[in-house]
Design a protein around this ligand. Structure first.
Ligand SMILES: Nc1ncnc2c1ncn2[C@@H]1O[C@H](COP(=O)(O)OP(=O)(O)OP(=O)(O)O)[C@@H](O)[C@H]1O
Ligand SMILES: [Mg+2]
Length: 518
């Protein structure tokens, strides 16, 4: 069985093979470097290597240029000469072009299979982050989720959460008695944030069929790992949605996958491009959670590789967990750059042959200062590595190729059609309709009663005229109405409320009681 993944050549003349040990592939990694220094190509060759070893890979494609992995590199292209020269230099005799098995995904469902999850799976913590809620608002959202849970109301799509929040707003007073302050202004603020999210494309993302994680862990019949490419060019315009989505994916993997302990090779490798977005103004609690998930997910066989320009973008606790490192060149124009460079260099085991700071400043394009975990999981001595050329095309694949790949995908047809299950929105709507109906009946009953009373008065007047006495019909009529046409759900209090109220207004008022008295 394959035990290593070839990265490139190190040593004084780049001829010493540098390998990543597959059994430490789940000890996470970092690909860093200034723009244009070779990060994407390094990501690409790592993804190729993992796929060859039968490890499925997930990566986000921010510039659209990773989609080229679906296509073999071009021996007639202008990169062919530098590629073969590079391959020769590092002794990469097996170098050949090849395409890789790719599954395209897209939150917006345009450039790949749609990726969806449900509101409940996302949960209040991540949703709060997604919507940028304050602590107080997050508290209210938690209560809303809890109530939906108690009521057995599935929260699937945005409509569900909207309907639920409306209900929470109407019943703020009652809920405050049970759970503490549920401010109407907080509810309003959450609803407004939800609208923003909707405008950012959240509608596509929340609903069913929800993504099944198994589909991200596929291998081909001949044993290669699928490369799952998530279109992120549009997604990245909503950085919060981007970061939260990937975070959600990570936590889902964490919760779903079984414990496997030490592995021969990872079960799955996750590349997280533009990783700084994950941590940018993220609250401490969230960073702590990422740190914790990163630490624990290793034993489930999942490796996470962060890609970012500056290693400083990654919080220290997390940086400390990244065992396999590919540091491309960092610029050092300002004093601050220089400090960052020194800090980056400090995290490596020095190589007596060169100075790490200088190396990180001087490495050429497609060259990196690397350090990979060695036997017993000890960090390797830092090396200047000329990274191997990729087998797949650099840059995007064309639209026709993308289409063809999507059409031939093993998950074709599974996620394309949205289905709208009976959930909170429909349930609340049904209750509202039932309430409206009951209200209407009540009004009719009221009208009948009034009519009867009128008749009664006439009758009495007539009786008075004729001088006799009869029993009032209005009390009988009321009794009949309250035990008959009125639903059991309506209490006497509600009944009282009904009087003189129009149907619509009533619906808004008593929806809460119906919700509770289900
Ligand atoms: N390992 C490599 N083998 C051959 N060529 C490479 C290699 N790495 C980088 N290059 C060359 O350098 C170019 C830029 O690399 P790449 O796109 O990976 O940079 P980047 O760091 O991802 O930049 P950005 O920050 O702009 O995304 C590539 O298009 C390719 O021509
Ligand atoms: Mg890039």
């Amino acid at each position: 069985m394959q035990k290593t993944l070839f990265i490139g050549g190190g040593g004084p003349d780049y001829s010493e093979p540098q390998d990543l040990l597959l059994k430490y592939g789940n000890r996470h990694g970092l690909i860093a470097g200034a723009t244009g220094t070779g990060k994407t190509v390094t990501l690409q060759i790592l993804a190729e290597g993992f796929s060859d070893a039968g490890v499925p890979v997930i990566l986000s494609d921010i510039k659209g240029d990773v989609s080229g992995m679906a296509v073999a590199g071009d021996p007639g292209g202008k990169l062919h000469a530098p590629f073969t020269e590079r391959a020769e230099k590092i002794g990469f005799v097996d170098f050949r072009y090849d395409s890789y098995p790719v599954i395209f995904w897209d939150l917006f469902g345009e450039q790949g299979h749609p990726v969806r999850t449900t509101m409940s799976e996302m949960g209040p913590l991540l949703l709060s982050r997604l919507m940028g809620l304050t602590d107080a608002q997050e508290g209210v959202l938690n209560i809303a989720f809890r109530v939906a849970d108690e009521e057995g109301m599935p929260l699937l799509d945005m409509n569900d959460l909207q309907a639920l929040l409306t209900w929470v707003g109407q019943n703020a007073a009652d809920l405050s008695l049970r759970f503490g302050n549920v401010g109407a202004s907080s509810v309003g603020a959450i609803q407004r944030s939800l609208l923003v999210l909707e405008n950012q494309g959240g509608t596509h993302f929340f609903g069913e069929p929800a993504l099944s994680l198994d589909d991200l862990m596929r291998t081909t019949p001949d044993g290669r790992g699928y490369v799952n490419i998530l279109a992120a060019d549009r997604l990245i315009n909503s950085p919060r949605l981007y970061a939260t989505f990937l975070l959600w994916l990570l936590s889902e993997l964490f919760e779903t996958l079984p414990e496997v302990g030490d592995v021969d090779k990872p079960k799955l490798v996750f590349f997280f491009d533009e990783a700084h977005l994950l941590f940018e103004d993220a609250p401490k609690a969230l960073v702590d959670k990422v740190e914790q998930v990163a630490r624990l997910i290793r034993s489930k066989g999942v490796g996470i590789y962060f890609i970012t320009q500056n290693p400083d973008d990654v919080p220290e606790d997390i940086l400390g967990q990244l065992g396999n490192r590919f540091q491309h060149a960092l610029r050092a124009f300002t004093a601050r750059d220089q400090k960052a460079l020194r800090r980056a260099a400090e995290t490596y085991r020095p190589n007596p042959r060169f100075d790490t700071v200088e190396a990180i400043r001087d490495v050429g394009v497609g060259e990196a200062v690397t350090s990979m975990l060695q036997n017993k999981g000890v960090p390797g001595v830092v090396e200047r590595t000329l990274i191997r050329p990729p087998a797949t095309r650099l840059g995007p694949c064309d639209a026709a190729t993308r289409r063809a790949v999507i059409d031939a995908s093993p998950v074709k047809g599974k996620y394309e059609t949205v289905f709208d299950r009976h959930s909170a929105h429909e349930m609340l709507l049904a209750r509202a309709e039932a309430a409206a109906q009951e209200a209407q009946e009540a009004e009719q009953a009221e009208a009948r009663e009034a009519q009867a009373a009128e008749k009664d008065r006439e009758f009495k007047a007539a009786r008075r005229y004729s001088g006799g006495e009869t029993e009032s019909r209005s009390s009988r009529s009321r009794k009949a109405t309250s035990s008959g046409g009125f639903g059991k759900a309506l209490t006497d209090v509600v009944l009282k409320e009904l009087k003189g109220t129009t149907g619509r207004r009533l619906v808004r008022g008593i929806l809460g009681s119906l919700f509770k008295g289900r």
